[in-house]
Design a protein around this ligand. Structure first.
Ligand SMILES: Cc1cc2nc3c(=O)[nH]c(=O)nc-3n(C[C@H](O)[C@H](O)[C@H](O)COP(=O)(O)OP(=O)(O)OC[C@H]3O[C@@H](n4cnc5c(N)ncnc54)[C@H](O)[C@@H]3O)c2cc1C
Length: 718
């Protein structure tokens, strides 16, 4: 290690450091050729283009591994359940073939040098090692990365495949199977510094970092990243020309008293480990002869807060553990176990198709998980969780052995500080930047090229830390109005509006619901008849026929699959009332003022991208594409020229999935709709296996499924 690390408050000579660190990386590196790109939990057609020879090798290998394990498994009574993991491993091996083919092709192509267009290497600092940052790094080829001098700073020296964290918590898969060394992932592309970014000085383009010098004391406890001034803290600065900001977000306690003190968060491996230890403790203490039945009830009462995918999966995995391993290991305790899933909304997995919410309820009912929809946690005391029912305001309270808090996220402290720094930088320069940076959005605001507002082309943000803005229609009202007004009468009728909205929905997804509505009302009329418009209006504002309503519903539901991620869902009545409401003089035409008012309502319906791995990974990949052009150097001019040749970031929602327990899962696929049941469970396992970031992880996760099915989960703790 460079001695520079040990002295406080020094500015690292990044050029020199990068040279040293890159050599270290090469020494450590697995061949970086074909370094795998992390696959967010998205559904992709990955079988296309697989190579026959590689296919047979892979299937053969997977077959050999699984048949060896199967023969061992035959000695165990669980062989039938083990077989469910084998197809997953097999499908995973086949489906991952394109990655192997890519790696081999990459190896054969070799590498060549490529220079940055400016002639010198801009210094790029990437903060974070999660989905956004890791996908950014792995999507850049080695030769593209070497056009820049890249330093990655993160609290974590590994990438974590978060969707399997609930399974890892209950011991179904191992923590190491779902994490990957970041140094391996970025080998040959940049250097890694394990540290906390404390502040960002946007005027001088410096990231101020720190970590503890005496992280591991003799007792083994460590806090590598202490806040405030503590003895032995190492501080250093890293300069940048371009900053890639990918720090994610933090758990939101919504100000609920007692959450910080008594609940277990669920974001990192350390959180899952703590939760697991607590659950094991609860079982072991409950098993002691001196424990009273009341104490046993309390200890084995588990409360999971949050009805989104994380809460649902934690509850599902915990219920699997109780019905499987706990039933074997603590049979006398199982009758005492109580799992409650508290959800503030009326539906579990509220952003998914309603059928999935209902399917998950049924699975939970079968498994004995009590779902408390419409309840808010109002306080957690040392031994009680207090809830309030939204419907009748009644208060309820339960004793608990462990409360897991997976209720949502909020921007982290560094993001708030970065906003302040940017406001400071822009004060007196741009009132637009200042006001939009101060907006209470979750995260730092970027434009559609992911450039942070007010950073003049020097900062890009991805993932949970960012809110992409700028795709509102209102600023383009004049252009859109002129485009729609086909007969130039300074007003647009419903057919003109319909045609405009249909034509512009691709560009502005928030228009799609309105376009669908008009398509299903105005389009069913005979456009050539004289009274078409009147008939169209009558239907639009009046009593739509049952047939049209059904047609509308179909189109509406289909459309919602695509726009659901970007807009708040609106009912047909709300869409109709928006259109009707702006037609102030009731002439069933919209003048410019009325049209602008309609766009304002449409824009208000726009939602930020969801905070998912899918979004973060697509953004990381998109950003790598911008960098690959080799023009960006942290100035506004190079951003402008890159963005004029590259389109803005576009998110494509590829579907959502969740594990429901008992080998059942739910997929919410665009167009196809919801798929649930045991087959979906096999597909889920296969999908989560092939989506791992490296071959090492794919193999480990595949084998973990098999191991836990055959031999059960381990309850040991150390
Ligand atoms: C248990 C769980 C299950 C999930 N399941 C799914 C799922 O099935 N599908 C899905 O799409 N999404 C899922 N998500 C959400 C998904 O993980 C996040 O949306 C995604 O991780 C966001 O990626 P990111 O790169 O923005 O941030 P993260 O992946 O959170 O990465 C942030 C990185 O920044 C680092 N960092 C933070 N602060 C600092 C600092 N001050 N200095 C240096 N480094 C810092 C962190 O150490 C980390 O490496 C799940 C999340 C959790 C917690």
């Amino acid at each position: 290690m460079s001695s520079a690390f040990l002295s406080p408050q020094i500015s690292l000579p990044t050029g020199v450091l990068s040279h040293v660190a890159v050599r270290e990386n090469l020494a450590l590196a697995i061949p970086a050729v074909g370094a795998p790109t992390p696959q967010a939990p998205q559904v992709r057609g990955r079988l296309a283009g697989s190579d026959a020879v590689l296919g047979s090798v892979c299937v053969g290998l997977a077959g050999a591994v699984s048949s060896r394990l199967r023969s061992r498994a035959a000695q165990k009574s669980r062989v039938s359940t083990a077989l469910t993991a084998i197809p997953a491993l097999g499908v995973a091996a086949i489906a991952a073939l394109p990655a192997v083919a890519g790696a081999v092709t990459g190896a054969m192509e070799g590498k060549g040098g490529r220079n940055h267009k400016s002639g010198s290497k801009p210094k790029v600092v990437v903060i974070g090692s999660g989905w956004g940052a890791s996908t950014f790094m792995t999507s850049l080829s080695e030769e593209e990365a070497q056009m820049y001098d890249i330093t990655l700073v993160s609290l974590r020296n590994h990438f974590l495949y978060t969707p399997l964290l609930p399974s890892a918590c209950m011991g179904t898969v191992e923590y190491r199977s779902i994490s990957t060394d970041i140094r391996r992932l970025i080998a040959g592309k940049g250097q890694f510094l394990e540290a906390r970014a404390d502040t960002i000085d946007t005027k001088n383009k410096i990231v101020r970092c720190s970590r503890a010098g005496n992280a591991h004391n003799k007792l083994g406890s460590s806090n590598r990243f202490p806040e405030g001034e503590v003895e032995g803290k190492i501080k250093f600065d890293v300069e940048y020309d371009i900053l890639v900001y990918a720090v994610g977000a933090q758990t939101n306690d919504f100000g609920c008293p007692g959450v910080q003190e008594h609940a277990y968060f669920f974001k990192e491996v350390s959180d899952a480990m703590r939760t697991r230890t607590r659950i094991t403790d609860a079982f072991e203490i409950a098993a002691l002869p001196c424990t009273t039945p009341e104490q046993r009830d309390a200890l084995l009462s588990f409360v999971i807060v949050g009805g989104g995918p994380t809460g649902v999966e934690v509850a599902a995995d915990l219920a699997d553990f109780v019905q499987g391993d706990a039933a074997d290991l603590y049979p006398e305790l199982v009758p005492y176990v109580n799992i409650r899933l508290v959800n503030v909304g009326n539906y579990l997995l509220a952003t998914y198709n309603r059928d999935i919410s209902e399917a998950s309820l049924k699975v939970f009912e079968k498994k004995g998980v009590q779902v408390l929809n419409g309840y808010r946690v109002i306080e957690i005391t040392e031994d009680r969780v207090k809830l309030k029912c939204a419907a009748d305001g009644e208060l309820e309270e339960y004793p608990y052995g462990c409360v897991v808090w997976a209720a949502g996220i909020k921007e982290n402290a560094l993001t708030s500080r970065l906003k302040e720094s940017l406001v400071d930088k822009n004060t007196g320069v741009s009132s637009l930047n200042v006001s939009s940076l101060q907006a209470k959005d979750n995260g730092i605001i970027t434009d559609e090229w992911l450039q942070v507002r007010g950073s003049s082309g020097s900062i890009f943000a991805v993932g949970d830390a960012a809110t992409v803005r700028n795709d509102r229609t209102l600023p383009f009202a004049k252009i859109l109005f002129e485009k729609a007004d086909a007969n130039h009468d300074e007003a647009i009728d419903m057919r003109e509006l319909r045609d405009l909205l249909i034509a512009s929905s691709d560009e502005y997804p928030q228009l799609e619901e309105y376009a669908n509505y008009l398509a299903s009302t105005v389009i069913t009329t005979d456009d050539s008849a004289d009274d078409v418009r009147l008939a169209g209006f009558a239907r639009l504002f009046g009593d739509a026929s049952q047939r049209e309503f059904q047609a509308f519903k179909k189109v509406y539901e289909l459309g919602n699959q695509r726009v659901g991620a970007r807009t708040a869902r609106k009912s047909a009545e709300q869409v109709a009332s928006d259109i009707e409401g702006v037609d102030l003089n009731n002439d069933q035409k919209l003048d410019f003022e009325e049209f602008s008012e309609l766009l304002k309502r449409v824009d208000a319906n726009l939602r930020p991208f969801p905070p998912t791995a899918q979004v973060a990974a697509q953004q990381g990949k998109y950003l790598a594409h911008l960098f690959a052009a080799g023009e960006l150097d942290g100035t506004f001019e190079t951003l402008k020229s890159t963005s004029s040749s590259e389109g803005p970031f576009a998110y494509f929602h590829k579907g959502s999935l969740a594990y429901l327990g008992s080998n059942e899962a739910a997929f919410d696929l665009p167009v196809l709709g919801p798929v649930t049941g045991p087959l979906a469970g096999v597909a889920w396992k296969a999908y989560e296996t092939i989506s791992q970031i490296s071959w090492n992880n794919r193999a480990l996760v595949g084998l973990d499924w098999l191991r836990s099915e055959v031999f059960g989960r381990s309850t040991s703790r150390y």
